[in-house]
Write a protein that binds this ligand. Structure first.
Ligand code: MZP
Length: 503
């Protein structure tokens, strides 16, 4: 006879956190939201951490390179979707890795014989007003000078004239040799009141550029998540079909973390794939597994496969209809609580900590707080990020409101059959996701800042200063429907509603 679990499947809405002792040190400025994203042994530090506990879902309508850049700059990480050709996914990873963070590869270069008109055309294409003038117009050839918009007057100068008559020559520039540190380069920019510092090699060829504006950019993003070369951190997803070829291309492109994207990760295909990748690439590369909803799935991917972190969640995603279509899944709160308890037992037994990610179904900031309190180290979100300006979809207007398209990987629009094993061959026999629109919520950093403020404030109420303490000290209570009603406003007319009716 089938086994029936004792407790029912529960969701985040069914819980509240109790407040703990808040002392004078429990202020938001003291809260540290960095969390591990790779496994580590007791007494050791994780090789990789997120500076905020957020990653974006590996979905076509969520994790493109612009969103990945914005999220890494805010301290989290995107997982670039794998439901696209390998080379296109690798190019997206490369685009994030090449995003500034100090030494920039010059993408605007011209020979001295080019005209001012050519310079203006190039400026339009790249959006950059600083152009390196090199002997043959290639990026890494001999540097002759720099042309910026201060060197010419677009509407007064003769645009057919060669730029050799306009650019600032080498002797008037401040330069640095390859090997200079970012701190030294910044110091040179500051002391010489310059906007741009070209870095050259021993032969005088252009190596890279350092910009003053990037320094301010970096200072205003103290949580920026970077690798050891100060390049932005980025993850990418894999499926269980072309994982070897895909992983090779992604690693070559500089990816920092890999993660299997599967609606049900408790499978021999995923276990074998993780183990094979581990054998080929060793322990240097982080590989996440999932999704699972219980201890058996967690243990299988960790013990048999060697997963570095595990994602939790089946059927809770905002665009997901898996539970309706197939009757598979579990309430996200029950799944997180169960797997977190399994993770803690595993840590007790083996001394290895496996970070957990709560994936999908986080419909408001409180859900994020609950997921972290229940034992998740970080959360993966689709809808939350699909709503931001930086997601890859265009804004559309409907009845005067701005919206963005958001569709599930299991919808026929995404055609991500590799994520849903429905038969032996390629293709999907039925949909497990829907095609939808979500309201546009504006810039990512503004939205994340607000959520982070709420998380930090709650942690102060609980009396904890980091996510580890939250896991250890959180006390939750299940709530009745009447508690939920009590928590809302009661017997008051809210002003915005009065104004809306009046107008
Ligand atoms: P949400 O943050 O929008 O609620 O959920 C995003 C998560 O839903 C993804 O990270 C993924 O695990 C899952 N997902 C993506 N596509 C589908 C689908 O089409 C889906 N069913 O369930």
């Amino acid at each position: 006879m089938a086994k029936i679990l004792d407790d029912i499947s529960r969701t985040f809405n069914e819980y509240l956190l109790l407040s703990g002792l808040t002392t004078k040190e429990h202020i938001p400025a003291n809260v540290d939201l960095s969390v591990p994203i790779s496994s580590f042994r007791r007494g050791e530090e994780p090789a990789q951490k997120l500076n905020i506990p957020f990653v974006s879902a590996a979905m076509q309508s969520v994790s493109g390179s612009d969103l990945a850049t914005a999220l890494a700059r805010r301290g989290g990480a995107a997982f670039i979707f794998c439901s696209q050709p390998i080379e296109v996914q690798a190019a997206m990873v490369r685009q994030v890795k090449e995003h500034k963070a100090g030494f920039v590869e010059s993408d605007s270069n011209l020979p001295p014989t080019a005209s001012l008109e050519d310079a203006l055309t190039l400026k339009k294409v790249t959006g950059h007003s600083t152009i390196a003038i090199t002997e043959n117009g290639e990026q890494h050839s001999k540097l002759l000078g720099i042309l910026t918009s201060k060197d010419y007057w677009e509407f007064k100068d003769d645009l057919s004239r060669p730029i050799s008559e306009f650019f600032t020559p080498l002797e008037d520039l401040v330069l640095a040799k390859e090997g200079v540190t970012l701190t030294e380069a910044t110091e040179l920019l500051w002391k010489n009141k310059k906007e741009c510092l070209p870095i050259i090699d021993e032969q005088g060829n252009l190596a890279s550029l350092v910009f003053r504006k990037d320094y301010f950019d970096h200072k205003s993003n103290p949580d920026e998540l970077t690798d050891d070369k100060k390049r932005l951190f980025v993850g990418a997803a894999l499926n269980t079909f072309d994982y070897m070829e895909r992983a090779e291309a992604l690693i070559e492109a500089g990816v920092d973390s890999l993660c299997f994207d599967s609606s049900d990760g408790y499978s021999v295909w995923q276990k074998d794939a993780i183990a094979e990748l581990r054998k080929k690439f060793g322990s240097d590369i982080t590989i996440g597994g999932g999704n699972v909803v219980n201890e058996e799935g967690f243990r299988y991917l960790v013990e048999e496969g060697g997963a570095d972190f595990v994602k939790i969640g089946i059927g809770g995603g905002s665009i997901c209809i898996t539970r309706e279509q197939k009757g598979i899944g579990r309430g996200q709160a029950s799944a997180v609580l169960d797997v977190a308890a399994a993770r803690d037992r595993y840590y007790e037994e083996k001394g290895i900590y496996i970070p957990l990610c709560s994936d999908g179904g986080l419909n408001n900031d409180t859900h994020i707080i609950m997921a972290l309190a229940m034992g998740a180290d970080f959360v993966m979100m689709g809808k939350y990020f699909a709503m931001t300006d930086e997601s890859p979809t265009p804004k559309v207007t409907y009845k005067g409101q701005l919206y963005k398209p958001y569709w599930g990987e299991g919808s026929s629009r995404a055609r991500n059959w590799q994520r849903y094993k429905q038969g032996d061959g390629p293709g999907m026999k039925f949909e497990e996701g829907v095609d939808a629109y979500v309201p546009c919520s504006g810039p990512l950093d503004k939205k994340v800042n607000l959520t982070i403020s709420k998380i930090k404030a709650t942690m102060c109420n609980v009396g904890v200063l980091n996510v580890k303490e939250l896991h250890e000290q959180a006390v939750l209570t299940r709530i009745s429907e009447m508690t939920l009603v009590e928590g809302g406003t009661s017997n008051v007319e809210q002003l915005d509603r009065i104004y809306a009716e009046r107008d």
